[in-house]
Write a new protein. Sequence first.
Length: 225
Amino acid sequence: MCGRFATSKSLDQLEEEFALVGVPERELPANWNVAPTQEIYVMTEGPKLEIMRWGLIPTWAKPDFVSAHTINARSESIHEKPSFRQAFKSRRCLIPADGYYEWATELGKYESKQPFFIHRSDNRTLAMAGVYENGTTAIITKEATGLLASIHHRMPLFLSPTEWNAWLDSGVNDATELQGFLQGGLTPEAALLVADPVSTRVNKIANNGRELINPIDIGEQQTLL
């Protein structure tokens, strides 16, 4: 899953990098420890940039629906799950991020719960596939492959830049074409991803700052929360 990420690029930087045709009237502050229910940038059709809350709330939901329960949508079932299927048909998006955090499981050689910051090796912005509704959004995840499979069993869905316009196009709703997006996606290697071990300070949402993404020696003493 993807339960925490970092975003620090300015609106001007994102506008230039993604050739945006529209940006919000206000700018979000840099956030090195974005958590569920917080405001984030979301790229929609255009592409234009909007501000939404992380954790999708479907139209049919009751007022007490907790959006933190829908921060991620599984690629294998998004087309049939009541919470996501309508958004998947015509309200798809990309969520920009400097990188995201993942915690090691028992899958690989790393100590369980060791946090990693996963980002592009060229430091360009990630674009994670997602869906949105009612000013809220969810990140789509798929089975992890390549280098990420030794850290965690899930990873965000990354599409090729050549697919972005079609993915964001609300007029694209052919079931076979949409399934093609979900069954494809870039491998971690093709997406130029690298995974750096970082301090366990990121475990506590109250901690924030650029130092959270600084790589650490995997054998060094962990910083206390």
